[in-house]
Design a protein around this ligand. Structure first.
Ligand code: FMN
Length: 395
């Protein structure tokens, strides 16, 4: 169903209420998601992005109820990923030859996925497309936000920035706008999206935000490709991105562990108590990695100044939940974060050394050699864990 956004611009996307996993199993979408597609009906009719492949048929049928498909003059493909381009094959079967505006890298990613020689029209930053009634589309390349092909499109007159994945969140709602939804949930999902998907590209993002600011665009609405659109103080999310891209941290320490027989959990709780005693201002949170949502934990680490990671030694290594999580963390290349490690062992005790190596490889400033405990901690070792927590609070 079409929903008017402003004047002759409407939302024609899909709300995916039941989505719980995205990018395969890489990203948890506990609030579902949306695939936002937009229809601009000026003298020219322009479709901006489409929806995820499984909803292609439904999308094209719904669109055909809103507009005679032959009246669509062109399509803007801001990003070639299948959650935005998935309905192009179905749509272009119905209206072959319709121009598809995208970046040079967009041609590569779309051809690479769909193996079709569509009527591609390559655009670059600053290129303009007249849509009639005195309005134009202005294209802004956004390479690596988050694919080489990404771009944003700005509609003059209505002052709408179609930002694609930038500023988005996986958040399903029947409400379109930021001022109509739960603020806490919205900001949590926006930060989770940034931490898990965009954090590796923070340096590029800082440059791009500067470039967008220097274009002096009046922005009334940021129309994202996932989740909620920003219309109330839309630049608030641009400012947040500026903060997040600048080695973000809060006064927060996150303790993450897994355990077989609870010894390492006892250490985790002792360390947390020690930090709390030494620095009551610092928020400390403790999570069992095997029982928690890994993408929510990435967001917790992203917000933290220090992460403390524990695993018992198991078969000369660390537990797989911990190894898998640290593998994810390494890829995010977070900056300006400290780390410390701990774990129980029975004989060889490799876990802390291995954890230190993995964290150092991920760019963390690792403190010392880690806190080890032979078998289950007794009262003395519990006190020692508490003292270790006080030491970490002082890092
Ligand atoms: C399947 C298994 C494999 C283990 N392998 C090792 C090992 O290679 N080296 C070692 O020092 N301890 C090893 N241990 C001993 C544990 O590290 C020890 O029991 C520790 O106290 C468990 O900590 P937890 O209570 O946090 O699970 C192993 C224990 C189990 C159950």
């Amino acid at each position: 169903m079409k929903k008017t956004i402003k004047n002759n611009v409407s939302w024609v996307g899909k709300v995916d209420w039941e989505l719980r996993r995205f990018h395969g199993d890489e990203y948890t979408t506990n609030h579902g998601s949306t695939y936002n597609s937009y229809l601009i009906q000026e003298e020219k009719n322009v479709l901006v992005d489409t929806v995820w492949l499984p909803y292609a048929g439904e999308f094209v049928e719904n669109l055909a109820r809103e507009i005679d498909l032959d009246q669509i003059d062109c399509i803007i493909a801001n990003h070639g990923e299948v959650d935005h381009s998935g309905a192009l094959p179905e749509l272009l079967k119905r209206i072959p030859g319709t121009p598809v505006y995208c970046t040079a890298n967009g041609v590569k990613s779309l051809k690479g996925q769909y193996h079709q020689d569509w009527n591609f029209q390559v655009v670059k930053t600053g290129d303009r497309l007249d849509v009639g009634n005195g309005k134009e589309l202005v294209f802004v390349e956004m390479p690596m936000l988050h694919w080489p092909d990404s771009m944003a499109t700005y509609l003059t007159g209505d002052n709408i920035l179609f930002s694609n994945d930038a500023f988005g969140q996986h958040y399903a709602s029947d409400r379109l706008y930021n001022d109509l939804v739960d603020q806490c949930d919205l900001h949590k999902e926006a930060l989770k999206y940034y931490a898990n998907i965009l954090a590796p590209f923070s340096k590029m993002l800082q440059r791009k935000l500067g470039e967008i600011k220097s274009m002096n665009l009046d922005i009334d609405i940021i129309a994202t490709s996932h989740g909620i659109l920003w219309r109330e103080n839309p630049l608030q999310i641009v400012e947040k991105y500026g903060e997040w891209a600048a080695d973000y941290q809060e006064n927060k320490i996150t303790i993450l562990y897994d355990t077989m027989w609870n010894g390492t959990r006892t250490l985790a709780e002792g360390i947390a108590e020690g930090i709390g005693l030494a620095d009551p201002e610092c928020e400390v949170m403790v999570f069992n990695l095997a029982k928690s949502d890994k993408n929510d934990l990435i967001a917790e680490v992203f917000r933290s100044k220090t992460v403390v990671v524990g695993s018992p030694t198991c078969n000369g290594g660390v537990l797989h939940s911990v190894a898998g999580f640290l593998h994810m963390l390494q890829e995010l290349k977070l900056k300006n974060k400290k780390a410390a490690t701990f774990g129980c062992y029975g004989w060889s005790g490799e876990s802390t050394k291995l954890l230190n190596e993995m964290l150092a490889h991920g760019g963390f400033q690792v403190h010392g050699e880690g806190f080890k405990c032979l078998w289950n901690p007794d009262g003395d070792r519990q006190q020692a864990a508490l003292a270790y927590g006080k030491e970490i609070a002082g890092l």
